[in-house]
Design a protein around this ligand. Structure first.
Ligand code: HEM
Ligand code: HEM
Length: 281
């Protein structure tokens, strides 16, 4: 939508050219704008099924709450999308829409983790001491930095900010993610549940930096004076946006797994030692 400059091709909402059900001619920007709305309805339907299903079969109350939270969030996403159309795409609402979309993705991925066999199996807790910040806190900081970075990228993409804050953000994210990944790999390299998301996060980040560079070249340098959205620009910027969602989701998985498996408590660790329990790290 955004890369194709199709944002206002359908100018009304919740109707499309005055109708709630008629398919408008799917040409030009309308095919992106109306197609986006149809796909959004499909996603909404899937999330309704997911929320109801979770309510019926999952005995964990917090999972049922997460299902309804995802449904509430996707409804809010649709409303913010409609509002940004009605207001003529102000950067604040478009940025909110972009960021909330990424958060819904991360939430649904987290729910997939919570219902996976991997999660339902028992895991041995790991005690951690004498590390600052503790690994769960470090992973949470990495997720938060990525989240802010997505906001800065969206604010630039929707003309609310210059690129510089996003570039500074890229340096901060790279530093924090590398710190987190090195911590996990050096301390917990033998623990699959932690090593795998950490390795994946690092690989995704490296590719994201490359995609960001491609987005920069095609949007700001070569495609600067393009009269029509340039196909290579559309592909590279959309790839960069979508990859950003993957980076966020994997960092959230790492954050959840570190929080689940690692206990940071100096006193408790000392007590465990006294009782002769194994202490890792
Ligand atoms: C499941 C629900 C939805 C999801 C997950 C979703 C997701 C997204 C995403 C990821 C973008 C791209 C943001 C960017 O590139 O920075 C976008 C753009 C957009 N969406 Fe949605 N969307 C949803 C529903 C809707 C609805 C119902 C509308 C109503 C008209 C809408 C209107 C828009 C508009 C106008 C843009 C372009 C904004 C701009 O270029 O300034 N979206 N959406
Ligand atoms: C830490 C790594 C990075 C992450 C997670 C990231 C994420 C994002 C996201 C999610 C967006 C779009 C937000 C949206 O509309 O929803 C974006 C936009 C953008 N980013 Fe990045 N980015 C990163 C690094 C970089 C780097 C290193 C560069 C440049 C060298 C860059 C250049 C851009 C450009 C040019 C845009 C706007 C694309 C457009 O105009 O369509 N990014 N970034």
């Amino acid at each position: 939508m955004t890369s194709n400059d199709a944002g206002l091709s359908v100018p009304d909402w919740p109707t499309s050219f005055g109708s709630l059900y008629k398919l408008p001619p799917m040409v030009g920007g309308v095919k992106w704008e109306h197609g986006h709305r149809m796909f959004a309805e499909f996603i909404g339907l899937l999330i309704i099924v997911m929320a109801v299903w979770t309510q019926r079969v999952d005995s964990r109350k917090w999972m049922r709450v997460l299902g309804w939270t995802a449904l509430g969030a996707v409804i809010a996403q649709g409303v913010v999308g409609g509002v940004t159309v009605l207001l003529g795409l102000p950067w604040v609402t478009s940025t909110l829409h972009a960021t909330l979309g990424q958060m819904i993705f991360a939430l649904v991925v987290a729910m997939a983790l919570f219902t996976s066999r991997l999660w339902l199996q028992d895991c041995d807790p790991i005690a951690e001491r004498d590390l600052w910040p503790g690994t769960p806190a470090l992973a949470a900081i990495a997720s938060a930095a990525i989240w802010v970075q997505l906001i800065l990228g969206a604010a630039f993409r929707h003309f609310g900010m210059k690129l510089l804050p996003h570039l500074i953000g890229a340096c901060v994210v790279t530093a924090v993610v590398c710190w987190t990944v090195v911590r996990v790999l050096t301390r917990y390299g033998t623990v699959d549940h932690l090593r795998k998301p950490a390795q994946l996060l690092l690989a995704l980040l490296m590719i994201q930096l490359g995609l960001g560079f491609c987005a920069y070249l095609t949007r700001m340098t070569f495609g600067h004076n393009a009269v029509q959205p340039w196909q290579i620009m559309v592909v590279s910027t959309v790839a960069h946006v979508a990859w950003g969602a993957l980076v966020l989701a994997v960092s959230v998985i790492l954050m959840i797994q570190t929080r689940r498996m690692i206990t940071v408590h100096a006193v408790e660790v000392a007590a465990q030692r006294a009782h002769g329990k194994a202490v890792v790290a």
